[in-house]
Design a binder for this molecule. Structure first.
Ligand code: SF4
Ligand code: SF4
Length: 99
């Protein structure tokens, strides 16, 4: 087993075929990346998070294209979330199970 085999994304996993499953997760705002105020919510501990709408997705997600509307200002957490990593696969699998 090589390290490369475990860190490379599986070829069939791509955001292009995913309905932005990871954009339903809670996203904490840890650094200021310029997220517009109207997309920011406070959690019960008073910490800033990305607001989510009633459908569960992040308020900054375009519901038609499933793309981020604030990509250049997206939070640090979103920048660190890597396509094909463990968390990505877990979210894709969770939605398939619920479907
Ligand atoms: S990072 Fe993963 S879960 Fe998020 S949109 Fe891309 S494929 Fe889907
Ligand atoms: S800020 Fe953009 S990338 Fe991050 S959860 Fe919202 S829509 Fe997805």
């Amino acid at each position: 087993m090589t390290t490369e085999a475990t860190t490379q994304p599986e070829p069939e996993i791509t955001c292009a075929t995913c309905r932005a499953n990871c954009c339903r997760l809670e996203v904490m705002l840890i650094t200021d990346t310029g997220v517009p105020d109207h997309f920011i919510a406070l959690d019960k501990w008073g910490s800033q998070t990305m607001a989510r709408l009633a459908d569960g997705w992040c308020a900054a997600l375009d519901r038609t294209t499933f793309k981020c509307t604030i990509y250049d200002n997206r939070p640090w957490v979103c920048r660190e979330f890597a396509m094909g990593d463990y968390e990505c696969i877990a979210e894709r699998t969770a939605v398939q199970v619920m479907a």
